[in-house]
Design a protein around this ligand. Sequence first.
Ligand SMILES: [Zn+2]
Length: 342
Amino acid sequence: MKAVRFHRHGGPEVLRYEDAPDPVLSPGDVLVRVRGCALNHLDLWERRGLPKVKIALPHISGSDVAGEIVASAVPDVVPGRRVMLQPGISCGRCPACLSGRDNECPQYDVLGYRNHDGGYAELVRVPAQNLVSIPDDIDFTLAAAFPLTFLTAWHMLITRAHLKRGDDVLILAAGSGVGQAAIQIAFLHGARVFATAGSEEKLERARALGAYEVIHHHKQDIVEEIRRFTNRRGVDIVIEHVGEATWAKSVHALARGGRLVTCGATTGANGVIDLAVLFSRQLSILGSYMGTKGELLRAARAFFAGQLKPVIDCTFTLADAAAAHQRMEASGQFGKIVLDVP
Ligand SMILES: [Zn+2]
């Protein structure tokens, strides 16, 4: 098959479009012909190399996949089905998995991350439990753009932060994958959404997705604006994934009893918090990583019903994966960048 692999860590130039061996199925696996694969920030971290994570080389990234089943080592899963893939891979047997918290599995991995080659390829191998059938009216590009960010945002808002109708929610970086998903999920659940972005065009698009008020994070102070919008109260929930650059502002934007939930630290992982503020204002700081298989199926129902729709920034061909990475690194995108695999 053709695949995009890297043989050493580095910039976008290490991505090579080349021949690679077809995946070999183990019992329980299914082979999927990839038709679309969306990028995530995780792909950039893998390519650059992470100090604490060993990735076997050469490596195929890609956690967000849609395509067609072409071969199966599972009797009741037949070729021909159109599917998108659940990006989280777990053992299915441990207490966490059997309690429906499979993203807490000790063996948890993400498709295209450490031990599983991903979707920057014509073919990908996944366990059958990772298949999610997609209706005929949803194309592969759109389906590929859905799983990881909507799953992440759903777990953050609904499961970790216990979003309730009427909550005020601040969502950082509206144009990011998690940002565009979180705005839609919070809006769908009856929250009043405030969103930040770094350009007027992105702010307009955030409004169109359901943001009630928007904040230009280069020109305006996030905390001041949130206080103004909420009559000095602050927000019930902050969706954080930016890290060091916004951490202190995110904490100070919270109302008493507020919940800050974070799934990433793009600008750095050192966040400082004033413990007196933490306890006296009864704040909750919550970590969130991916989400469960059940949550993805729940979110997918809203997707298939037209209540949630991934925003596509642009598409590239598989062979142009390096250009797609450059686009993502330039932070100009609004929504998901997808590799179309013909
Ligand atoms: Zn497990």
